[in-house]
Design a protein around this ligand. Structure first.
Ligand code: PLP
Length: 396
């Protein structure tokens, strides 16, 4: 099929939930992808912070194909060897004692919400069930997670939404303090807001959230679906603060492109999930676990996190140089290789112009260019990307 035919079939057969760019990506290697016409792109979106170790990474692909030839799926009513190995790796390298595996970020957050409710029913005063999350947040698209998502545009048309959620502005401790009333059982927050425009809270914010939770005896749920797995230069973003959450969710980069989600918790909280309380047919399936194990191995034993920090600093410096050149750049922000460039105008023309010139990125909130390249990106790649950006910005 020609590209034109592919796109026309895509529009004919696939539900219209995305406004898709007119490109069909068919192959990837490292930081590059190719479309159905053979055109090469530098991929600074990486499946939206998913392919942290680059496209078609032979370590991950090798582990997946080897597992596919050994055992692809068995039920969770049996113990699953690769699941045990990945859970142990995650526990030994985080605050958590126990892991629940699922298949996406929304599912991980859904599990977190259910666990918090269950824990509250069993351990807190009666009538504590509400979850307070942040305005401008993003937690997923299931009914509960879209309700936790503090953005009306994602909720419109889906009411009645589940009861028991409330919102406060992000990075605003006094508002949170006020919002945590007698009926609240947990606070749910991203370490850095991703879909909300790469918003990094002030130093001490997470510590403040932790303190409010501790003072009121409620749970802290940290959504690290986007910030986790090395994206910010640490394995998990919370490590940069002194804070340990009670529950943490992961997905995106955990399988480097293979769908995997995880919800981690301390023993105290995890004890509320007992047989029959929550489950997933595919969650923790051997193939997904093989992907996750190889990702964890690569992050723990290679120089990937160091590269992320160094390249993050370098890229940020380069973006700030662009800021000095272009008056419409308001701010460069982020941490590690999760960077945003806020514009004083819409970003769509820049995204399209970059795509024409062979650079993929996207735009959140209409005016924040988002850069989440593979963590193995090099200076040469960054220089190339910044040259394309500069050229596009000059030609606007
Ligand atoms: C992407 C994202 C989700 C949702 O993940 P899905 O896998 O699309 O369900 C949840 N939280 C955050 C912070 C995300 O970035």
């Amino acid at each position: 099929m020609t590209t034109k035919e592919l796109i026309s079939n895509s529009n004919r057969y696939i539900m219209n939930t995305y406004s898709r760019l007119p490109v069909v990506l068919v192959r990837g290697e490292g930081v590059h992808v190719w479309d159905s016409d053979g055109k090469e792109y530098l991929d600074f979106l990486a499946g939206i912070a998913v392919c942290g170790l680059g496209h078609s990474n032979p370590l991950i692909s090798g582990a997946i194909s080897k597992q596919a030839e050994t055992l692809m799926h068995v039920s969770n009513i049996y113990h699953i060897e690769p699941q045990i190995r990945l859970a142990r790796l995650m526990v030994e390298n985080s605050f958590a004692d126990k892991v629940f595996f699922c298949n996406s970020g929304a599912e991980a957050n859904e599990a977190a919400i259910k666990l918090a409710r269950k824990y509250a029913h069993e351990n807190m005063d009666k009538g504590r069930y509400r979850i307070v999350s942040m305005k401008n947040s993003f937690h997923g698209r299931t009914l509960a997670t879209v309700t936790a998502t503090g953005q009306e545009r994602f909720q419109k048309g889906f009411d009645p939404l589940p009861a028991g959620f409330g919102y406060v502005p992000f990075d605003d401790l006094p508002s949170l303090e006020q919002a945590v009333t007698e009926d609240v059982c947990a606070v749910m927050v991203e370490a850095i807001q991703g879909e909300g425009g790469i918003r990094v809270p002030a130093d001490g914010y997470l510590e403040g959230v932790r303190k409010i939770c501790d003072d009121r005896g409620i749970l802290l749920i940290l959504d690290e679906v986007q910030t986790g797995m090395g994206r910010t230069g640490d394995l998990f973003a919370y490590e940069a603060s002194g804070v340990r959450p009670d529950i943490m969710t992961l997905a995106k980069a955990l399988g480097n492109g293979f769908p995997v989600g995880a919800m981690l918790a301390t023993d105290r909280v995890a004890a509320s999930f007992t047989p029959g309380t929550h489950a997933s047919t595919f969650g923790g399936n051997p193939l997904a676990m093989a992907a996750g194990i190889s990702v964890m191995d690569a992050l723990l034993n290679g120089g990937v996190l160091d590269n992320c920090r160094e390249m993050g600093d370098y890229f940020r410096r380069k973006l700030n140089e662009l800021k000095a050149e272009h008056a419409f750049i308001r701010e460069v922000r982020g941490r590690g290789l999760m960077l945003g460039v806020e514009l004083s105008m819409e970003g769509v023309d820049i995204v399209n112009g970059c795509m024409d010139r062979g650079l993929l990125l996207n735009c959140t909130c209409g005016n924040v260019l988002r850069f989440v390249p593979p963590l193995i990106v090099t200076k040469v790649d960054i220089d190339h990307a910044v040259d394309i950006l500069d050229e596009v910005m000059r030609n606007l």
